[in-house]
Design a binder for this molecule. Structure first.
Ligand code: UTP
Length: 291
């Protein structure tokens, strides 16, 4: 079984749910407390053993490239002012030289299309896909849990969670088969089904480990739900050739592409911080008293 060394980060979406903040700034650069979403996702990938990172970017996303580069002038100033701990923190962001590659999705034609745009950088190997706007808080990074599951069962592994029935039309939803522990066999998948006809309320969230055959299927993938080329449809087609499991991961997932989800993530991460946690917790307690 080939190890999972490569991760694709599709960051070409328009982020329309977060306008006007995303008018001139990529959604993936929205901070949770003081760190952009994309940095959380890259740190999660590296903690899972990922060595090569591929960003599939689009127009207006250069802030992401700059974030994962050295900032010579800023670093010089921090060094002169002896702000050493923040300087060390900044220096760790880019990772080893040459470990990040960028490719462009010229038009935002959908998540499946974005992943397909990375095909020449994926050398016939299994690869991970991480959507940075799904931020997952937990003791063991979600992708690490998935890599451990992959080492047991191989094939495709998708992170899944149960959602309210009325929300099925926001997600890819699975037809579940046999369940073993926190792994569920996937027998079918459909993107954004109406709650009345959804095959279950078990939804796929933005973490995938995929076999390269999914890219071959994407070569001919037609537009699906919402007129977009859907990754879900390609994974569904691969079900006949690749065993596919959903992992009920441990942790809390925040949809940070949504304004309410982003605020909740900020609160959850802030209250655990030594520096600002007490002040934020006191403020929340005051709000509860006044409610
Ligand atoms: P979303 O469904 O959240 O779409 O994409 P979006 O365009 O980013 O945001 P909204 O819904 O308009 O607010 C899920 C992930 O897929 C990427 C996005 O960047 C995000 O990480 N994506 C989506 C692409 O890279 N390209 C696309 O064509 C579509």
């Amino acid at each position: 079984m080939k190890p999972v060394r490569i991760a694709v980060f599709p960051v070409g979406g328009l982020g329309t749910r977060f306008l006007p903040a995303t008018k001139a700034m990529p959604k993936e650069m929205l901070p949770v407390v003081d760190k952009p979403l994309i940095q959380y996702a890259v740190e999660e990938a590296r903690a899972a053993g990922i060595e090569e990172i591929i960003f599939v970017t689009g127009r207006g996303k250069t802030a992401i490239e700059d974030h994962f580069d050295y900032a010579a002038e800023l670093e010089g100033i921090l060094s002169n002012r002896e702000k050493n701990s923040v300087l060390t923190e900044l220096r760790e962001i880019p990772g080893p030289p040459g470990s990040i590659a960028y490719t462009r999705q010229q038009e935002p034609l959908g998540l499946g299309h974005a992943v397909w745009c990375a095909r020449h950088l994926i050398h016939n190997e299994p690869f991970a896909v991480l959507l940075a706007d799904d931020l997952i808080k937990g003791d063991v990074p979600c992708l690490k849990q998935m890599v451990e599951a992959y080492e047991q069962v191989g094939g495709n592994i998708l992170a899944v969670t149960d959602v309210p029935q009325e929300h099925t039309n926001r997600y890819g939803v699975i037809t579940p088969g046999e369940t073993k522990g926190n792994l569920v066999e996937i027998n079918g998948m459909v993107e954004k089904p109406d709650p009345a006809v959804a095959p279950s309320r078990t939804a796929v969230i933005g973490r995938y480990i995929l076999q390269p055959v999914v890219l071959d299927i994407l070569d001919n993938q037609q537009a699906g739900a919402g007129g977009e080329i859907q990754l879900t449809d390609a994974i569904a087609k691969a079900l006949t050739v690749i065993p596919t499991h959903g992992l009920h991961f441990e942790g809390t997932r925040f949809d940070c592409g949504d304004k309410a989800g982003h605020i909740m993530a900020n609160i959850a991460f802030a209250i655990e911080r030594e520096d600002i946690g007490p002040a934020v917790s006191q403020y929340i307690a005051r709000l509860q008293l006044n409610a």
